[in-house]
Every structure is written in C-alpha cells, then in structure tokens.
Design a binder for this molecule. Structure first.
Ligand code: C5P
Length: 404
C-alpha cells in the first residue's frame, strides 16, 4: 500500500471458514477495481488458506499474529488500522462477529478491527443454524447499530452438507459494498461542516438553570461521522457528558447567547450548518449574582426570548446548506415542514419525541428527512446510523455545487 498511496486501500480480514478460499478471488477482484489490498488473517483462517497465498496475491506481508512483526517500527495493528480506507472481513465467522460485538480484541484481526476508524464491511459465512441463532442475530444487530455494513449471506448448499442460509455472499456483491464504503469514506473531503449539539443552560443564579433533556448524542455522532468522511468539522456544543469526537474542533458553550456567538464566528467559513442543538427558547430575564435563598423564593421567574440562531442565519440567504432539527410531539411532518419554510432551511430532520423509548437521551431514533420538495421516513435507527444517512444526503447535495 505504501507504494500506491493514491489508490483506495482495503484491509481484507480473513477468518476460519471454508469460504476463506473465496477471499482470494475477492482480493483479485478488488485489485482489478483499483484498490490496493493488504490481508490480515486469524490463526484459524490459516488452516484453510495459507498466508503465502495472500502474500503472493498482494505482494504484501500478511498479518497473522500480534507478536510476529518485530521488524516493524510501528505497532503493526495500529498502522494497519490507520492506513485502511475500508476494512472488510470475508468470510466472517459467528465467533468473530461475537467478539467484535463485545469489543474483544485477542488476536491481530480483532485488534485491528477495534483500532480502526475506517468503515467495516462484514460478509458472514456459517452453518444455517449458527446464523439463525438469536445470539448471532443480536450480535449482528449490535454491530449494524454501530454502523457496520453487512453483506448478508446467501442461501444454497453449505460445506457441511446442509442447504440453507449461511453461504458467503457473491464476491462481486461484497466488492460492490466495499466500493460504496470507499466512496463514502471520502465524500466530504474538504467540506467545512459546522455542527451544534446538546441543550443550552440558561442560568437563574450561580447554581440553578433552565435546561432541557438533549444528550448531544445525535450532534456528536454527526460531527464524528463527517470528520471520518474527510470534512473539516467544528462542533459547538452545550453541556454534555460526551467526550470530544475524534478529529473535530470542539467548542463547549453554556447558554444560547454563547452558542450564537460561537456559531456566528464560524458561519462564514462553513459550507454546511447542521443545528442539532436544543437551543433554549427563553432565558431568565435577570441573573441573580448570589444564590437565591430558599426563603426568598420568587413567585415567578420572568423570561425573555433567546435569539433564534438558525432563523437568523436563514435570513441571510448565504448559500450555506442549512439543516435544522425539529423535535415534535404532534403532526411531526407538518410542523417540521412549517419550520423549514419559516426558517428558510434546505433540510429539516424531524423526530417524534412523544415516544419515551426514542429521542432524548436514547441510542436510537425514528426521523423524517424533509426538504422543500421531498420527504422521507426512515425506520428506527441508531443515532450513528442516522448520522450516516443524513450525511449521505448532504454529500449528494454538495457534489453538484462543487462541480460547478
Ligand atoms: O423552532 P424550533 O426550536 O423547534 O426549531 C428547531 C431548530 O432551530 C433546531 O435546528 C435548533 O437547533 C434551531 N434553533 C435555533 N435557535 C433557537 C431555537 C432553535 O437555532 N433559539
């Protein structure tokens, strides 16, 4: 890979199943499609196909052990993880799926898979009963929720003699999925994305504030995914328990006014603004410099309006792609469409927060994506997958602009 840095780089992981022989074909096919390929194998995989086969096909050393590369100056699993544009595991056994679902990293392949930020494409192959087991399906669902792409096994005659689901998918289909991920992993290169996240806190006195239930998860997931796809990302966030996402400028603010200042300072340098933040609509009209004593409790806390950051930027008609979020409890699509119009947005992501299992603080959500001329209802998805879906749409809106 070092010799051909311009080619997209795929790291092919091979695990111990009879389908391992087909990954030789996959390596060839990927090379024909213009990828540079390296291979990492589990110990079990080497029982089916020798490392020498892949060494010969790729002209590169094949990683099979965490302990075998004393000559390498860098930690090998980390360098493999970092240089890959896409990682794929073909075939992937039930055992390796289970390990990945639980974050285990006890050999070269699983350690690299855990260390990489590259998209992961998994093509499982196993006996029908193993594939159908609840536990396997739960592990697959857990990985999917984290954004792993599965190329589903096909139905047919299996090596064990059974006929059923579990056969490794067609190699050309696997290569297609890898190509799609490689494209996606670069589709925001150079795009400047400004994201807001979390809720704001509006202080009443030094210890009390008016806040809301936003966790910041969606905005953080969008920022991280955009950075992974090559965007230059600034994330302006209200208070949250989440750590800084990888590869982003992170600006931590508290109040709506602070968020407005931080967003305005970065807006002119942005191509896209994605406002996931739950900005408080009101703030206490007065701030008590000292903590209000129990016996001095006011009868009311007078409020004043906060500026609407997104509406203000919509007014400018700046050409920056403006995306708002709308949390609704009734007529989700109708209200969101009205917001799109009133704030002059390019897109609104609307979610129904009346279902306590979805939305605030949860991992998953069900959203509608609304543009002036279309609307789409997405199924219940993990917030990281929603981030990917949203950025797919952002990327396709930006491409024609960049080509102009
Ligand atoms: O009107 P509503 O508050 O429901 O609109 C939500 C959208 O507007 C979100 O994208 C939110 O980040 C943005 N917003 C804002 N400034 C406010 C209130 C909401 O930018 N003061």
């Amino acid at each position: 890979m070092s010799q051909t840095p311009d080619k997209p780089r795929v790291l092919v992981g091979v695990t111990g199943g009879i389908g391992a022989y087909k990954s030789c074909e996959l390596v060839r096919l990927l090379q024909r499609r213009g990828f540079s390929v390296k291979v990492v194998m589990t110990e079990a995989a080497t029982r089916f196909v020798s490392a020498l086969t892949f060494r010969t096909l790729t002209g590169e050393p094949v990683a099979t052990s965490l302990w075998a590369d004393e000559a390498e100056s860098r930690v090998h699993h980390v360098s493999l993880a970092e240089e890959a544009d896409v990682m794929t595991i073909v075939p992937c056994t039930a055992n390796v799926i289970a390990k990945l679902a639980h974050g285990r990293a006890d050999d070269m392949l699983t350690t690299t898979a855990l260390a990489t930020e590259a998209p992961l494409v998994i093509a499982p192959a196993m006996n029908t009963h193993m594939w159908r087991k609840d536990v396997t399906q739960r592990n697959v669902a857990a990985l999917r929720a984290r954004g792993v792409v599965f190329v589903e096994p096909g139905t047919g005659e299996l090596a064990c003699g059974d006929v059923g689901e579990g056969r490794l998918a067609d190699v050309a289909l696997i290569a297609d999925a890898i190509e799609a991920e490689a494209r996606r992993s670069r589709d925001l290169a150079g795009v400047r994305v400004l994201v807001t996240a979390g809720g704001t806190e509006e202080p009443i006195d030094p210890v009390r504030f008016i806040g809301n239930r936003s966790s910041g998860k969606t905005g953080f997931a969008i920022a991280e995914e955009a950075a992974r796809r090559g965007a230059r990302v600034s994330l302006v966030t209200g208070p949250t328990h989440l750590g800084d996402p990888y590869g982003c400028e992170v600006v931590r603010v508290r109040t709506a006014l602070e968020m407005r200042a931080a967003v305005l300072a970065r807006f002119d340098a942005a191509d896209v603004l994605i406002m996931t933040a739950a900005v408080a609509d009101f703030r206490p009209a007065a701030f008590a410099a000292e903590k209000i004593k129990k016996h001095e409790a006011p009868d009311a806390v007078p409020l004043e309006r906060n500026p609407d950051i997104l509406a203000e930027l919509g007014e400018r008609q700046s050409g920056v792609l403006l995306i708002g979020f709308a949390a609704e409890t009734t007529d989700v699509v109708g209200n969101a469409r009205e917001k799109l119009r009133a704030k002059r947005l390019d897109m609104v992501v609307a979610n129904d927060v009346s279902d306590p299992a979805l939305g605030f603080g949860t991992e998953a959500n069900r959203v509608h994506i609304i543009t002036p001329d279309a609307e789409e209802a997405l199924p219940v998805l993990d917030k990281r997958v929603i981030a990917r879906e949203l950025l797919d749409r952002v990327a396709s809106r930006l491409t024609p602009q960049k080509e102009r």
